[in-house]
Structures are given as C-alpha cells and as structure tokens.
Design a protein around this ligand. Sequence first.
Ligand code: SF4
Length: 252
Amino acid sequence: MELSSTKIDAYLQCPLKYRFRYIDGIEPEETSAPLVFGSAVHGTLKHFHKRRMEGKKLSSEEVAAAFAEDWEAACAVPVKWNGSSPEQLQEQGIQLLNAYLEAAPISEPPLAVEQKLHAPVIHLGTGEMLDGVGLVGIIDRIDPGIRPVELKTSSQSYSQLRVDISLQFTIYSYLLAYYHECDEIDGDYEIIVKTKTPKFQRLSTHRCIHDFDRLFRIIKSVSRGIESGIFHPSPSHMFCPGCDYAKECVAW
Ligand code: SF4
C-alpha cells in the first residue's frame, strides 16, 4: 500500500470517506472553487520557480500570462463555484501572485520544484520497518540547505501552531530526512492570504526524530486500520458539511 499525506489525512478525518474515495474509487462529481483556485496559483508559482532554477526571473506580466493559461486549464473540470465567478477569481489570482512577487524573499534559486519522493516507512530511531507500506509526497520546493518549502493560498493567516503540527510537513520532512540520512529538517511555509488586500506570510518550522517517531506510529495505526477494513463514519461539524460523499454516507 502506498500512502500520501492526502490519503492519511482522509483516513484520519473519516475512515468511511477514505473508503469511498480510495477503496471504492468514487470520484467527487465537482471540485470546489478554492481547490481549483489554489491549484492554478500553485501551477503558476511552480512555473515561476522552475524558471528561477534556469536563471530567469519572470516579470509580473509574464506571471499574469502564465496564470491565464493555468486558470483556463484548471477550470476545464466541473467546478462547485458556490456564488463566486471565474472572472472574479482570475482577477483575485493575479492580485495574489503580485503580492507574492512583491513580498516573497527571492534569493538563491531552489534546488528542486515539485519534487516527488517515495520512501519505505522506517522508524528512523530503531530501524523498524512497516512491511508493505510506502510513503509518497510531492514537495512544492526545496531551497538551498535542503529546506522544504510548502506554498499555500488561504482565506486567513496561519498560526505558528498550525505549521508546527502539520502532518503533511512532517511527511515531507521525513522523506527528505530519509534520503539525506539526517534526523532533523528545517523548512518554511509561504502563505498568500486572500484578504481584501492580499498579504504574504512566511513561517519557519522544524521537524526532528520525535516528530518522525510519532509519524511512524500514526502510519502504523492508519495502515493497520485500512488493512483490517476498518471504515466507520466519523461525523464531524467540520468535515461533513463539505463532504463529497454525503449521499453514499446516508446510504451506508
Ligand atoms: S458525511 Fe461525514 S461521516 Fe459521512 S463520509 Fe462524509 S465526512 Fe464521513
């Protein structure tokens, strides 16, 4: 079994939702507008940083042109617009990217952009390995000094706690620690906040052997649950209202 941060998160949020999505293979009928929006902004910044690796810094006009293409591609799937309009969001995307270009500390070129890494699940302290379980992750950017950088668009600022406990960031740090044979990783979050005047936020965070030990035990528990067919509903006011599987859940 190959697990990713999205799959582990889905199982932890609601095992039944995990089953509908990853065991039964039911695709959501529509993608939410914030997801489509985030993926288009992501795509443009990936292009921007890839060009930096080649020694070229794109102007704001070039970034806006790249975003127009990414936006068109992102809107090609059925989208749950929920009252927002594609034109309005495209304009907001350009504003967010300009805020990023103005405020993000852009110095040395990155070592990698959208780096996909696979690794076995090993307890880095004891050497215990989870048989038959692998981990995969795509790291947005790796800066010099082997610093993973995670890029987010968000309607509100992130707290330091949110980045310090992010399971996704622990997974990316583990993958890098495994490949570079180290037991500590420092990295950063770059967040573009969708306020009326968009703002840029950068938070640094750290992962160590203690975090990798907890990650190992979380993955052990999740993978055992999946192998044993434990897929119960986990109703929650946070996740049920936006769940793509409400119909299937009622019929369960
Ligand atoms: S509606 Fe709630 S309980 Fe049902 S599958 Fe979705 S998240 Fe789980």
